[in-house]
Design a protein around this ligand. Structure first.
Ligand code: ASP
Length: 344
């Protein structure tokens, strides 16, 4: 059964996209999404019913916390049956973190949740915000001939590319081409038409949609670098309140092979902490069997993050640790592909 008109809920959290110049004093102020159709008349051309929800207060995404992800997940859950898709307007700085976290929190998702934003405010003449918003709404409202959603995933749409959210990362601080998913092809590209890569898009499991908002944030990130000191490694890997550490390593998962480093890793693992090896490289992933230094980490009890991004590893850990106090449960699920976030 197909419907005449799709419906999309536009959720505004803050960030650059929602700013408009106030003619009175030429300063940038948040845009009133109640009058969206007047401001972005192009949206009228779609046969899509668009409603909006604005968070109060609006925030720069540098201030995003897991509490905001919970609010977003709960909002989507409460409106899930009323809309065909959701567009989340979000600052670019932490958009990949939020899209990754939401991809885990929204379980058995059957509808699109498209994050977008812009590098220039929507109210400025050269804005990238209008294109990003218009295409995101079109994607969120897009359905297949059987009435199912074309993209039932949490995604980021930015500068003509639709990316799986938990594969994305911000790669440019100033350019319009700000996001990439280096280890996974785009799910769609917008040109004259929006060309969907249907073979890559995940289909819903058929189980009922639910949200999981319990998160445990006792995670640290240790980025290895030449000159890293024993004291710093110790503080992070043996920190009393830390339950898991993402070790950001070189290349395909390598870290210093000095005895003191490996001793601390072993001690941390023997205390039951969850240690995950994630590469600092943008493309490719961890293969701990390739070099002796990677193998030493594996033997010390570190798990492989494969080609996962740090943003996604963080969201996955928060989510899995929120589900269970048992670190063995978390470890068992960490290396599994839950939402298309790693290539196995
Ligand atoms: N600092 C802003 C934010 O992330 C930047 C942006 O929206 O692009 O909220």
């Amino acid at each position: 059964m197909t419907k005449d008109k799709a419906s999309v809920l536009l959720i505004y959290t803050g960030g650059t996209i929602g700013m408009k110049e106030d003619p009175a004093d030429q300063t940038l102020k948040p845009f009133d999404f109640g009058s969206l159709m007047q401001e972005v008349p192009e949206l009228r051309k779609f046969a899509i019913q668009i409603d909006s929800y604005t968070f109060d207060p609006l925030i720069d995404s540098s201030d995003i916390e897991p509490g905001m992800w919970k609010k977003l997940a709960d909002l989507i859950c409460s409106k899930y049956d009323s809309y065909d898709g959701f567009v989340v307007l979000h600052g670019t700085d932490t958009m990949s973190y939020s899209a990754s976290a939401l991809s885990f929190m929204l379980e058995n998702l059957g509808k699109p949740v498209i994050f977008t934003g812009s590098q220039l405010p929507i109210g400025l003449p050269r804005t990238d915000g209008k294109e990003n918003l218009i295409s995101s709404v079109e994607i969120a409202g897009s359905m297949e001939s059987d009435g199912s959603a074309t993209v039932p995933e949490v995604c980021i749409f930015f500068n003509d590319l639709l990316l799986r959210g938990n594969r994305s990362t911000k790669v440019d601080a100033g350019g319009f081409d700000a996001f990439r998913s280096p280890n996974f092809p785009p799910l769609a590209e917008a040109g004259i038409d929006i060309r969907y890569n249907r073979d890559l898009i995940r289909r819903p499991s058929g189980k009922p949609f639910s949200v999981s908002t319990d998160m445990d944030t006792a995670v640290s990130i240790l980025k290895v670098h030449p000159g890293i000191t024993e004291r710093v490694v110790e503080d992070i890997l043996l920190g009393r309140r830390t339950r898991a550490v993402i070790i950001e390593t070189y290349g395909c998962g390598n870290a210093p092979s000095r005895d003191w480093f490996l001793d601390i890793v072993r001690e941390s693992a023997s205390r039951g902490k969850i240690l995950l090896d994630v590469t600092q490289c943008l493309r490719g992933g961890v293969n701990m069997d390739l070099y002796a230094t990677g193998r030493a980490l594996k033997d010390a009890g570190v798990l492989s993050g494969g080609d996962i991004t740090t943003e996604s590893a963080l969201g996955k850990l928060f989510f899995l640790m929120g589900k269970s106090d048992d670190n063995e449960y978390v470890k068992a699920n960490l290396e599994a592909d839950l939402r298309g976030e790693i290539s196995l």
